[in-house]
Design a protein around this ligand. Structure first.
Ligand SMILES: Nc1ncnc2c1ncn2[C@@H]1O[C@H](COP(=O)(O)OP(=O)(O)OP(=O)(O)O)[C@@H](O)[C@H]1O
Ligand SMILES: [Mg+2]
Length: 456
């Protein structure tokens, strides 16, 4: 904090880098004092004005490169930086993280402790600051992204939120357990669904728009064939004979162009082979049921995509998102937090834009987690409200992240490069645009994020 008593205001600046002060003349002095080639200089040092110690501390002086974050005036913080404090009269003091957080009003009724900061205080954000937002968690491999996402997720569940997770590595299903295998407070709230095992869809409960979504987007069925499929589906539904076998039969006997029939048949086999659909109503899992349970007491629906093939993954994701939008549109659900790990592996192209615009209005608030920041579309970076950034050393990755509207490239570059593992630079709304570094706290949960190793 750079306080200017005369102007009765202060600048809040953040140190983003520390360098040696380049004072003209000091470098020459340095070179002069270096012993040259072991040759002894004869003579005596004469320093009648005793300036030698001063030169030493000028040589050692460091320069703090800062970013102006806000102006503090009349007990208010404002983002303005259109003035400069007095160079000679200002008082410079270190502002502790809790003091800054208090000034910035980072508080609320729904605290989530992210972890400790450098001055051994805690960084606490409010769950309401991730409500209605688009978030990105990114960083190098193995630096603790999934860990942070688990922390956020269980905290949200603790506040009775509904959370849906696309769990690519099957590491979220046992969050209801402590590290030593006992049940914890989340045990009843984590609903792990593994497609084609304990997660199947009854074909007669499928809505036509959801099936069409799967066929067109996940299985790339062309428009003309899609129209025919719609007709077949409706016909069977009206007759009340909609089963997998009947559907296959109807497609085989359908009177249409051979190409269309082939297109339909190949998609039909993809649906059957996914093992995700069933005729048997008793076998079917009602996603709605899990959603409703999660709605009442808070809960997380973990869609385990670990052993699911690429095509099947897209079918499942299409189904889940279709269902979610349905439930939200009909106000069966208020809002949902969606956590998507490595979303480029299953999210179709058009969903990205949907997620920042349409989906957000329905109440799907997404957090993307990835170690390849360039797989997330640029629009997402520009619209992201919060970014949790772990270490990155690769220039290209840093470039991509700096495109986010809420960060400046210098902060990202200078801080993210030096972050140790498990340290996270938090940017955006949760910290009121004061970038904060924390060591993410540990969790007594079975997190299962470890990489499987050969040499142990
Ligand atoms: N803050 C933390 N405290 C304690 N353990 C942590 C913390 N962060 C991460 N870990 C542990 O470090 C390991 C790797 O973390 P994690 O799986 O979250 O990394 P990741 O960034 O998601 O990696 P990947 O890119 O491989 O998905 C895990 O075993 C996790 O439990
Ligand atoms: Mg991970």
């Amino acid at each position: 904090m750079v306080e200017d008593a005369d102007a009765a205001k202060a600048l809040i600046v953040q140190v983003i880098d520390v360098q040696f002060a380049a004072v003209p003349g000091v470098l020459e002095e340095l070179l002069r004092t270096l012993p040259d080639g072991g040759e002894l200089i004869q003579g005596e040092d004469i320093d009648p004005l005793e300036i030698a110690p001063h030169i030493t501390y000028i040589q050692d002086a460091s320069l703090l490169v800062c970013k102006i974050r806000a102006t503090f005036e009349n007990d208010q913080l404002s983002p303005s930086s259109s003035w400069l404090p007095s160079r000679s009269q200002s008082l410079i003091k270190k502002l502790s993280v809790p003091a800054l957080m208090k000034l910035a009003k980072v508080d609320g009724n729904l605290p989530i402790i992210l972890g400790g900061t450098k001055d051994s205080s805690l960084l606490t954000i409010d769950a309401s600051a991730i409500d209605g937002t688009l978030n990105i968690i990114t960083g190098k491999k193995g630096c603790g992204k999934s860990h942070l996402s688990k922390l956020l997720m269980v905290s949200l569940v603790g506040y009775k939120a509904t959370v849906v997770i696309f769990d690519l590595n099957g590491e979220y299903s046992s969050l209801g357990m402590t590290q030593d295998g006992k049940r914890n407070m989340y045990y009843d709230k984590i609903h792990a669904l593994t497609p084609s095992q304990n997660f199947k869809v009854g074909i007669d409960q499928l809505h036509l728009n959801v099936v069409m979504g799967i066929l067109v987007h996940a299985l790339h069925l062309p428009g003309t064939s899609a129209r025919e499929f719609r007709r077949i589906w409706k016909g069977l539904k009206d007759k009340g004979t909609l089963t997998i076998a009947e559907l296959g039969e109807a497609i085989r006997n359908y009177n249409c162009n051979q190409h269309v029939r082939d297109a339909l048949a190949s998609r039909f086999y993809s649906l059957v082979n996914s093992g995700f659909f069933t005729d048997n109503a008793a076998e079917a899992t009602l996603l709605e049921e899990s959603l409703m349970k999660a709605k009442e007491a808070g809960g997380a629906i973990v869609i385990n995509l670990k052993n699911t093939s690429n095509v099947d993954r897209q079918i499942v994701v299409e189904y889940v998102l279709g269902k979610l939008v349905d439930s939200l549109q009909s106000w069966k659900l208020k809002a949902t937090f969606l956590f998507a790990e490595e979303a480029h592996l299953y999210l179709r192209e058009t969903y990205w834009d949907d997620i920042v615009t349409r989906m957000r209005h329905f109440g799907i608030f997404t957090t993307f987690i990835t170690n390849q920041p360039d797989t997330i579309q640029e629009t997402i970076y520009r619209q992201a409200d919060n970014i949790f950034l772990f270490n990155f050393t690769n220039e290209h990755d840093l470039d991509v992240v700096s495109r986010a509207a809420r960060v400046d490239a210098e902060t990202v570059r200078s801080i993210a490069r030096d972050l140790p593992p498990q340290y996270c630079l938090t940017l955006g709304r949760v910290v009121r645009d004061f970038p904060m570094v924390t060591r993410v706290r540990s969790l007594d949960l079975k997190t299962m994020g470890e990489t499987r190793l050969f040499f142990t």
